[in-house]
Every structure is written in structure tokens, then in C-alpha cells.
Design a binder for this molecule. Structure first.
Ligand code: C2E
Ligand code: CA
Ligand code: CA
Length: 764
């Protein structure tokens, strides 16, 4: 807890002492030494003027050095000036005394000399406060309380030791009593201030050590004087007097010394904060115990008690600060709406569970995301959404044990940490229970809501050993669950790496399209009756700089999901049409088939773009066919039909790819402007082995022909299948039996080789 003050920046502008100042200090020290020697040598009570001159020299010298220091250190100018004022005032008192009362048997008391001497106190207090202000930015309540405890305790002890005695003897005039008391009280306050500053300001540096010692010697001399005076044995010119000159010397040294860099509060030992109140409160207590039988004056008892009362107040302030700190901390960890922990609170709680001893203890993290919450929020308003969220917490809580952690991470996302052995092992069972609890309808004021939840589970230590990792993996599992329509899923590392690579791959793919890393391979289509090659199918590949040549299945789904299908198809179309132009320039009248995806087909701008490309590359429209799948069509049949019709109107051929694997009926195809059906490989591969397959192929061929469509068989891998397909009336075949998809150059080779025994495609 923060009870110390804060430091201001170290003194900004400081000039070191000049040679003159150091010389002045030497003179001053010499004068003080001679004065001290004289007090030892002289007969006590004998007052001589030259001794007073030495004394005055020490004080004026010290005051002058303080003034010079004030000029050298702008930041603490006023503090040093106040100190100088105190020293000069004190010295003025001495001069006054010397001038008017030297060797007088009964000097006036109190006299202006006393007022001048006493003026030393307010001036030095001011100086101390200013020093503190320059060093300690902020004073906290406990600091002042500590000062009060100390002052009361010191006053109690001091009163017991000296004051009562002083008052007894002086009796008489109020002025005399007050003057008598003023010195020790002034000194005590001075000492307490120095102690408080030293301890709480962390100011136990050279400056404060010197000032502290100076004030201490001043206080000792004063007390000595007071005690002597009260017993009527007071004599001037004793060695005690040199304690006063010592004060001037110490302050003068402080004024010349360089300031030290203050110690930052955090570097100070903890007991700095505690020592003052503890020492002084103990002192008060000791005094009370000692004074049980009336040995201590009542005023002291009251002061000691007061000191202890302040001590109790301070302890309470400490406690209050501690609880307030705890409260703000708790608020920072709690979700306002549900009163559950928030994300911060969850991570902290999870951390402490994971750090508990007994390492191998399993822990499960569940991430729960409500299904359909957004719908409810949008349709029924936020207040209903909020109401629902407050009901979800207690539902889940009922499925958990006392030691389990439940939190709302934000939005409709909740998290649970299962820490009891049985629960962590049976995390899926708990997830199941929660999922079931949440499917029970929620009864709000005037509405019944049905929601569900998707839950992801990550286990410690299997899937991670720290909070963030476990949460992240539970998140992956949760999305997995969401993707498969709710329920719960255990984290699966395979899927995670997939999802992490995903974003990276998307970015790479985006760049690959423009960087021409996408290449197009071609697979010939062969006319089964004539053996001619009417065209080729363009099939895209990705020449990945690290992963090698990637097949479409490895990147096409990604392209479709990330909106990259349009630039990709553009690229393939450009490449294929450019290649076709080259082949046609060789005199080979080939056609090219390009695959288009769902997003391409639903793009109403597609027909116009395709038409533009055809004229750009000088390729007749009927030499381009676009292959679409049944599922693509069924994604939005109305729109698909429109686009297909427009393509048809531009003279572009459309074929239905992977026929037989989707839901489209031949009846539906009747309304679609397509020219060709491509029977899926699944039916073709078994055409020689399986009577069911051969029956399907045969009937499909018949139906296609009855609709006026060409029939293409995909995936023809051997001559036997080719023969069977020819027998069944299939028009065109495509497959490894003829050629794998190969580069344009390789296909050119293949076409030339084939020319030896097969006729080339008919020219123009
Ligand atoms: P698809 O349109 O059905 O293309 C035929 C696939 O069958 C090609 O796979 C081809 O290599 C393969 N294949 C050809 N003959 C045989 C054979 O005898 N045996 C076997 N087992 N397979 C054979 P590929 O190149 O991996 O392409 C896969 C799919 O990716 C294509 O299926 C097509 O749907 C899609 N695709 C390829 N290129 C593009 C493109 O540029 N755009 C779009 N939208 N889709 C493309
Ligand atoms: Ca195809
Ligand atoms: Ca196909």
C-alpha cells in the first residue's frame, strides 16, 4: 500500500559552492572552535564580549552561506532563505542580549532577545516544510497522522521529564511560563519534523542528517538551559553553549554540501514506513504503564493516550485504505451486468488455479458461446439480451462445483475453469450438462426464449499449461463446435494449426494471384468416336514458394471463403484464353473449359466480363465453356439461371460439372441453358466392374441425349473404360488414360506426339 510521499524530480538547477563560500565556511568553523575552546577555558559565568562576537560570527556566517545557497539552488531558494532568516534572527537575539544584558545579574525576562531567539523556530519550520515540499510531492494522511503520533508521544515524555518541573518553579507570570515552555516545545516540534521528513520523505541523506544533528544539538542545549534555569543554577559561558554554535556549523556545512539524488520511494526499506509510529506509540504505551501509580504527571498521561488514540486512527486509515484497494480491485475483476468475474478476473483466477501446488492436477477450460444471441439482441433489443445474459450465469452455475470458476468474458461469451479432479477429467460431461441446461427455454418477463450454446474445451496439461494458451485453444474448439452446429468439442491440435495457417495462407494467396504464382495446367478432352481433341480443361495450380505445387483442393476453399475467387477466375480465364490464342495461331481449333465457382456464377457481371475477354483475346465465344457444378447452381437457382442464360446469349457454352453428385434433377436442367453434362468420376471409375454404375452411366447418357446435351465422362483411367463408355454412347472422355493435367508446353508436346497416329483437331 502506498503510504509514503512521492518524489519530485531531483534538483534541476544547482551550482556547486564557490571558493569564497568554502573559505567562509572555514572561517566560520574556526570561530566556532575557538568559541568552544573558550567556554572550556573560561570560568563559568564569566561573560566576555569577544566570545559573543565569535558566536555571532558563526551564526552570521551560517546565515550568509544559506543565502548564497538560496542563490545557487533555484528549486529550494525559499527554504534556504527561511533557514537564513532563522539563523539571523537567533543571532540578532544574541547581539541584543550582549548589548543590553552583558554581565547583568538579573536580565529582563522575557525580553526582545527572547522573541528574536524564538523567531528561529517559525523560520526553521517554514524552511523544513519548504524543503519537504520540494522533495515530497504529495503528503498522505498517514504521514500527518504519524507526525501527530510522534509529536504527542514526544510531548508526553518531555512533559513528564522536564515541563512540570519548569512550571513548578517559574510559577508567577504567564509570559515567563510561556517563554520557558516555548523553547523545548519549539525544539520538539523541530525534531519531530526532521524525523517525519527523514522517514517519510526518504530524506535520510547528507542534508537531512546535518540539519537533524544541528537541530538536535540545538534542542539539547535548550533543554539544558531550561533545566538549569528552572533549578536556578543557570550559568552562561559553559561548554553547553558550544552546542548552539555547533548548530550553526552543521547548517553551514549543509549549505555548502552538494545535494544528493533522492532515493526513490520503492527503493526504501519497508520499515521506513513503520518505524516512526511503532517507536512512538510504544513510547506512549511504556509511559502509561510506567505511570500507572501516579509517577507520571496527568498531562503526560493525556498526551500519551492521545498519541495512542491517533495510533488507532492511523491503523484504521490503513485498514480503510487496504479495503478500498481491495474493492477497486474486485470491481476491476467483475462484470457489471452479471456480477460474474470478467475476462481479467477469469485469467487471474485461472492463473492462481494453475499455479497451485500439485502440478499434475488436471484443469479444464470451457469456453461457452451462446447460439442465436445476436439474433435475439437484434430482434428484441438490448434490454432483453441483457436480461437473458443475467439468467445464463445461474443456469451454468448450477452445473458446477463450488471451486469451479465461472466468468463472462464479454458479449455472449462465458468461460469456466474446472479445477476439481473429477470435473476436469469429465469436462465433456460437464459441457454436456451445461449445453442441456441452456437449451431449456428461458422465461423472461413476457417472452420465452430458446437458445443454445457452443462449447469448446481445452485441457491442462494436454493442450496447454498457461491461461492464455488454454483460453485460445478452448476458443478454437468452440469455433469448431459452432461450425458443426453447436454442442461441445474438445480441442483438436490438427484443426488449430489449420486455423492458424489459414490467415497466413489467405494473404499469401492474395499475393500469389498478382505475382503469377498461380499456373494453369491443361487436360485434354477426347472425342470417343473420332479420337480428335475438341478441347482442353484448364485446371489451376499454385506454385507455392515453400510448399511446392499445390492442387486446387488445397487453396480453392480458402479463396472462395476469403473473396479471392473473382481475381483467381479472372487470372485463369486470361491465362487460358491467351494460351488458346497461341494454339489457335498454330492452326489447332481447340476449345477451352474453365471452372467457375459459386461466387463467380452469382456475379451478374460475369457474362459481360467474359464477353469482353473473348473479344480481347480474339477467341470465338463457342470455343469457351464454363464448368459449373450442380451445387453451385442450387446455391441460388434463380440468379444462377439468369447468369447462365446471359452467358448462353453471349454464345458461351456452359457445362454441368460433377454431374450425379448434386441434387439437381434433369427436369431442372431442362430450363437451364447448358450444352454439356460431365458425369462425375465416381460413376465412371467403376463402369467396367459394377453393373449399377454402368446402368447409371447408360441411363444418364440417354437422358442427356434426349435433352440435346453432350455427355462427357471424367476420370477415364484405362482403355477398357473408354471402350465401355463409347459403347454406351458417351461423346467425350477425359482422364489419365489420355493425359494428366499438364503444363501448356507439355500439352503442346502431347498434341504433336498424338498427331503421329491420331488426327489433329480440325483446323479453323
Ligand atoms: P473438376 O472440374 O472435376 O476437375 C477434374 C479433376 O479430376 C482434376 O482435379 C483432374 O486432375 C482430376 N482428374 C482428371 N482425370 C483423372 C483421372 O483419370 N483419374 C483421377 N483420379 N482424377 C482425374 P484437380 O486438377 O485437382 O481439380 C480439382 C477440382 O478443382 C476441379 O474438379 C475443379 O472443380 C476445381 N478447379 C480446378 N481448377 C479450377 C479453376 O481454375 N477454377 C475453379 N473455380 N475451380 C477449379
Ligand atoms: Ca471441371
Ligand atoms: Ca468434375
Amino acid at each position: 500500500m502506498h503510504v509514503t510521499g512521492e518524489h519530485a524530480a531531483p534538483p534541476a538547477s544547482f551550482r556547486p559552492a564557490s571558493r569564497l563560500e568554502r573559505r567562509l565556511l572555514a572561517v566560520l568553523v574556526l570561530a566556532a572552535a575557538v568559541h568552544a575552546a573558550s567556554t572550556v577555558l573560561r570560568t563559568p559565568g564569566q561573560e566576555v564580549l569577544w566570545a559573543d562576537v565569535l558566536y555571532a560570527l558563526a551564526y552570521i556566517g551560517a546565515g550568509t552561506l544559506c543565502v548564497l545557497r538560496a542563490r545557487r539552488q533555484r528549486g529550494q531558494r525559499w527554504a534556504w532563505a527561511a533557514l537564513a532568516t532563522g539563523l539571523f534572527a537567533n543571532c540578532a537575539g544574541d547581539i541584543y542580549y550582549s548589548l543590553f544584558f552583558l554581565n547583568e545579574a538579573t536580565p529582563a525576562y522575557p525580553s526582545p532577545a527572547n522573541w528574536l531567539w524564538l523567531a528561529f523556530y517559525p523560520a526553521t519550520y517554514l524552511a523544513l516544510v519548504l524543503f519537504l515540499r520540494g522533495t515530497v510531492k504529495r503528503f498522505v494522511v498517514t504521514m500527518w497522522l504519524d507526525a501527530l503520533i510522534s509529536a504527542l508521544a514526544v510531548a508526553a515524555v518531555a512533559y513528564a521529564v522536564a515541563f512540570e518541573h519548569l512550571l513548578d518553579v517559574s510559577g508567577g507570570s504567564i509570559a515567563v511560563v510561556l517563554t520557558n515552555m516555548a523553547y523545548p516545545v519549539g525544539d520538539l516540534l523541530l525534531l519531530v519534523l526532521v524525523a517525519v521528513a527523514a522517514i517519510f520523505g526518504g530524506l535520510v541523506d547528507r542534508l537531512w542528517a546535518l540539519l537533524g544533528l544541528g537541530f538536535l544539538s540545538f534542542a539539547v542545549a535548550d533543554t539544558w538551559f531550561a533545566v538549569q534555569a528552572s533549578t536556578g543554577r543557570f550559568l552562561t559561558g559553559t561548554p553547553t553553549e558550544s552546542l548552539w554554535t555547533l548548530t550553526a556549523v552543521l547548517i553551514a556545512i549543509a549549505a555548502v554540501a552538494r545535494p544528493q539524488e533522492p532515493t526513490p520511494p520503492e527503493a526504501r526499506p519497508w520499515w521506513h514506513v513503520m518505524i516512526l509510529p511503532v517507536v512512538f506509540a510504544s513510547g506512549s504505551l511504556a509511559l502509561l504503564v510506567y505511570g500507572q501509580d501516579g509517577a507520571v504527571p496527568r498531562v503526560s498521561v493525556v498526551l500519551a493516550l492521545a498519541s495512542l488514540v491517533v495510533g488507532v486512527v492511523r491503523a484504521n486509515v490503513n485498514y480503510w485504505e487496504a479495503t478500498r484497494l481491495l474493492e477497486t480491485r474486485q470491481q476491476a475483476l467483475t462484470d457489471d451486468l452479471t456480477g460474474l468475474r470478467n475476462r481479467r478476473g477469469f485469467i487471474l483466477g485461472l492463473d492462481s488455479i494453475l499455479r497451485e501446488p500439485g502440478e499434475d492436477r488436471p484443469v479444464a477450460v470451457l469456453l461457452i458461446d451462446l447460439d442465436r444471441f445476436k439474433e435475439i439482441n437484434d430482434a428484441l433489443g438490448h434490454s432483453v439480451g441483457d436480461q437473458l445474459l443475467t439468467l445464463v450465469g445461474p443456469r451454468m452455475h448450477a452445473c458446477l462445483r463450488e471451486e469451479d470458476l465461472l466468468a463472462r468474458l464479454g458479449g455472449d461469451e462465458f468461460a469456466i475453469a474446472l479445477s476439481s479432479d473429477a470435473d476436469a477429467k469429465s469436462a465433456p460431461a460437464v459441457a454436456e450438462r451445461i449445453a442441456r441446461a441452456l437449451t431449456t427455454p428461458f422465461e423472461l418477463d413476457d417472452i420465452t426464449l430458446h437458445i443454445g450454446a457452443s462449447i469448446g474445451i481445452a485441457l491442462c496439461p494436454d493442450h496447454g499449461t498457461d491461461g492464455p494458451t488454454l483460453l485460445q485453444r478452448a476458443d478454437v474448439a468452440m469455433y469448431d463446435a459452432k461450425g458443426s452446429g453447436g454442442g461441445y468439442r474438445l480441442y483438436d491440435p490438427k484443426r488449430d494449426s489449420h486455423s492458424r495457417d489459414r490467415l497466413q495462407t489467405i494473404e499469401q494467396l492474395r499475393a500469389a494471384i498478382t505475382r503469377e504464382e498461380l499456373v494453369v495446367h491443361y487436360q485434354p478432352k477426347v472425342d470417343l468416336l473420332s479420337g480428335q481433341v475438341p478441347g482442353v480443361e484448364a485446371l489451376v495450380r499454385w506454385r507455392h514458394p515453400q510448399r511446392g505445387l499445390l492442387l486446387p483442393e488445397e487453396f480453392l476453399p480458402l479463396a472462395e471463403q476469403s473473396g479471392l475467387m473473382r481475381p483467381l477466375t479472372d487470372h485463369v480465364l486470361d491465362t487460358a484464353l491467351a494460351q488458346l490464342r497461341t494454339w489457335r495461331a498454330h492452326g489447332w481449333d481447340l476449345g477451352v473449359a474453365v471452372n467457375v465457382s459459386a461466387s463467380n456464377l452469382l456475379d451478374v457481371a460475369l457474362p459481360l466480363q467474359v464477353a469482353a475477354k473473348l473479344s480481347e483475346y480474339g477467341v470465338p465465344a463457342d470455343r469457351l465453356s464454363l464448368e459449373i457444378t450442380e451445387t453451385t447452381i442450387m446455391a441460388d437457382p434463380v440468379r444462377a439461371r439468369q447468369v447462365v442464360k446471359n452467358l448462353h446469349d453471349h454464345g458461351v457454352l456452359v457445362s454441368v460439372d460433377d454431374f450425379g453428385t448434386g441434387y439437381s434433377s434433369l427436369a431442372y436442367l431442362r430450363h437451364l441453358a447448358v450444352r454439356e453434362l460431365k458425369l462425375d468420376r465416381d460413376f465412371v471409375k467403376d463402369v467396367c466392374l459394377d453393373t449399377r454404375s454402368s446402368a447409371i452411366v447408360r441411363s444418364t447418357v440417354d437422358l442427356a441425349h434426349s435433352l440435346g446435351l453432350h455427355m462427357v465422362a471424367e476420370g477415364v483411367e484405362d482403355a477398357e473404360s473408354a471402350r465401355k463408355l463409347t459403347e454406351y454412347g458417351c461423346d467425350i472422355a477425359q482422364g489419365h488414360h489420355y493425359s494428366r493435367p499438364v503444363s501448356a508446353a507439355d500439352l503442346t508436346e502431347w498434341l504433336l506426339d498424338r498427331h503421329d497416329d491420331q488426327p489433329l483437331p480440325a483446323a479453323g
